[in-house]
Design a binder for this molecule. Structure first.
Ligand code: ATP
Ligand code: MG
Length: 405
């Protein structure tokens, strides 16, 4: 008999001996197929084989038929009996377990494959999210940088205008005129200064001009100093930006006092530091593992808000921002930004972290909402307290000292 030919033949469920056994879930022992109503001669007709006796046992797993074992023709002289049936039943029982084990194993393998694929997709999605959030952080830092460089350039322009006005001062021209007069009278300078009516005025005039020239010199010197400071500040801002832009890893070892100082560089125009005192209570000596860009983004938002609150005051109080950082335990670090500015009313406190909430004419209401989310992403939290309008505000940020992956 050609086995390959037999393999291709399909007998419908319920037809023939195998089909009947599968449906009834009961074994069949047929000593002479010619006598059996269940026998289907299809296979014999196809293969030319002559079937005489058959023994067929269902393979059952959890009360469901998953196959049938069929033996055909014991030998020429004899047919199958009860003994073979019992042996075949035992084989069928073991086969059921073996088949289901193999089936479960295959399912398990494909389940593992599926999970691996899902995990891969999740990692890719997570990376995309991290990238988006990192870009958002960078955009925040870049916006602060541009805003600040713009402010500095405005101040630098004012300095340049003041210097120009003073360089073109008429008093300097007058001094040059006197120099020309003195040169033309170089032969009779003594008599010109003592006897000539015009000449007699020159020493007095020079004496009155000198303080003015000194004043012009001082102004130019001062503005020149300002310009140097402005350039220095722009250099610092670019240095911060370069450092942050080079941050490719999410987690980095960060020295928080340096990050606070970077945020100050990005938040304050250089000529404004005198009007707001910045007190630094930095109590951290070690490096902290955290997302540098996110943390800088939060600090910028907090310091910017404190600065805006102080600058909006109409009274003449001494304006102060106090920055602090402390290690709480091996895993937690606390940073605070406190100001003695306009304070926050209790009803405003409740809305502080709501997206789009602002009390400022040109505000967006993004800063605190974004900072709140960023604090969570750093494994920490952001909270605010204020004793009310006029009483300043204090923001407390807790972050995790996260292990480096
Ligand atoms: N230090 C602070 N003192 C007083 N009020 C504050 C302080 N920080 C935040 N606020 C209040 O919280 C509101 C929300 O702040 P948030 O930074 O989210 O938005 P914004 O500063 O108004 O605008 P932007 O999104 O441009 O920063 C502010 O409009 C202000 O009323
Ligand atoms: Mg803000």
């Amino acid at each position: 008999m050609d086995i390959n030919q037999v393999k291709k033949v399909r007998i419908p469920f319920g037809e023939g001996i195998v089909g009947t056994v599968a449906i009834s879930k009961e074994p069949l022992l047929i000593t002479d197929v010619k006598e059996s109503e269940y026998f289907s001669p299809k296979m014999d007709q196809l293969t030319g084989f002559v079937t005489k006796s058959i023994i067929a046992v269902p393979i059952i797993y959890q009360n469901e038929p998953i196959g049938v074992i069929e033996l055909i023709n014991k030998d020429e002289s004899d047919s199958f009996g009860q003994q073979e049936l019992d042996i075949l039943r035992t084989i069928a029982d073991f086969s059921a377990i073996a088949i289901m084990n193999s089936h479960n194993y295959q399912q398990l393998c494909s389940e593992i494959e599926k999970r691996k694929q899902i995990e891969k997709e999740m990692v890719a999605q997570h990376e995309t999210m991290l990238d988006i959030s990192r870009r958002a952080g960078m955009a925040d830092v870049a916006t602060s940088m541009l805003h600040n460089v713009g402010n500095i350039l405005n101040s630098a322009n004012v300095s340049v205008d003041i210097m120009n006005d003073n360089i073109n001062n008429k008093n300097l021209d007058r001094l040059l005129n006197i120099q020309t007069i003195i040169e033309t009278h170089s032969n009779d300078i003594n008599s010109y200064l003592t006897d000539d009516e015009k000449g007699k005025l020159i020493p007095k005039y020079l004496a009155s001009l000198i303080p003015r020239v000194i004043e012009i010199h001082d102004i130019i010197k001062k503005e020149n100093g300002n310009l140097m400071r402005f350039l220095q500040h722009i250099r610092q801002i670019i240095a911060v930006e370069n450092e942050v832009a080079g941050t490719t890893e999410m987690k980095r070892k960060v020295f928080i006092p340096d990050l606070f100082d970077n945020a100050i560089v990005l938040c304050f125009p250089s000529n404004e530091k005198n009007t707001i005192e910045i007190v630094k209570n930095y109590n951290i000596e070690s490096l902290i593992n955290t997302d540098k860009v996110k943390l800088l983004q939060i600090l910028i938002n907090l310091i910017k808000n404190s600065r805006e609150s102080l600058l909006s005051l109409e009274d003449n109080r001494h304006k102060k921002i106090t920055l602090s950082c402390t290690v709480i335990d091996a895993e937690h670090v606390e940073l605070t930004v406190m100001d003695n500015g306009r304070g926050i009313a209790p009803e405003v406190l409740k809305k502080m972290f709501t997206f789009g909430f602002t009390t400022k004419v040109n505000g967006h209401g993004y800063g605190m909402h974004n900072s709140y989310l960023a604090a969570k992403a750093l494994g920490g939290s952001l909270s605010v307290s204020s004793d009310g309008v006029g009483c300043g505000a204090k923001f407390t940020l807790t972050i995790m000292n996260q292990p480096v992956d």
